[in-house]
Ligand binder design. Structure first.
Ligand SMILES: [Ca+2]
Ligand SMILES: [Ca+2]
Length: 230
């Protein structure tokens, strides 16, 4: 049975999608009314048509400027992202140590995604088996210390079961003292997104960490780690 626990300041259930970057630019009510009024002024009286068109153009300009400002204020800032798709020339490797953005504190990981470690259906690019081939699962930590300015954060990552031996696998996720979560996935759990939201109230510097339990060389599969701030 799959389970996931989280104690963020503000959490939500796992989602099938990554956090959206769509903006919710709203049209001011007054501007909308102006547009409808302008549309009814087509009376054929030439001397009144030009001011009306100028007004419509001004309203559209205001809408465009307002929309841009709204987009800027609501746009998420990407603090960290890794999809592993540029690792090792897309060649799978057991006990891979060349991760660009992660140090392996203990244990080992396998780089997977292509033969002979094409464990999932196509479409995931490269990903990691967090319990490599050394008999000890990995503690993976971001090489870069992440500077977390106060704000609302969304951390998303995709996890799948090992797709091989029948034991469940547990991984613990943390970001310093501001976020902590864990997930246990059965053997054939498909790859899906976990999306977590939390608030950072004071400037913090922290490293992102994935710590896998056990060590039987078949672990949780990890892909698409993204941290954003609003
Ligand atoms: Ca990938
Ligand atoms: Ca295992």
């Amino acid at each position: 049975m799959e389970r996931a626990h989280v104690a963020p300041l503000r959490g939500e259930e796992p989602s099938d999608g990554l956090p959206g970057a769509a903006n919710d630019a709203r049209i001011p009510a007054g501007a909308a009314r102006y547009g409808r009024t302008g549309g009814r002024t087509g009376s054929g009286v030439r001397t009144r048509t030009f001011p009306a068109l100028a007004g419509i153009a001004a309203a559209l300009l205001l809408l465009a400027v307002g929309g841009c400002e709204a987009s800027k204020s609501e746009r998420a800032h990407v603090v960290f992202h890794d999809d592993f798709d540029t690792e090792n020339g897309l060649v799978s490797r057991a006990n891979y140590t060349g991760l660009r953005q992660w140090e392996i504190v203990t244990g080992s990981v396998d780089l997977a995604g292509t033969y002979p470690f094409d464990l999932l259906p196509p479409g995931n690019g490269m990903y990691l088996d967090l319990d490599g081939a050394s008999g000890k699962a990995a503690v993976l930590r971001s090489r870069r210390a992440l500077v977390l300015e106060p704000g609302e954060y969304t951390l998303s990552y995709r996890l799948a079961g090992s797709q091989r031996v029948s034991d469940p696998n547990t991984v613990h996720v943390s970001l310093g003292g501001v976020f902590r979560d864990s997930a246990t996935l059965p053997q054939y759990a498909p790859m899906r997104a976990f999306v977590r939201r939390f608030v950072v109230r004071r400037r913090t510097v922290a490293r992102l960490e994935f710590a896998h339990e056990g060590g039987d060389n078949f672990g949780v599969l990890l892909d698409d780690v993204t941290l954003t701030r609003r």
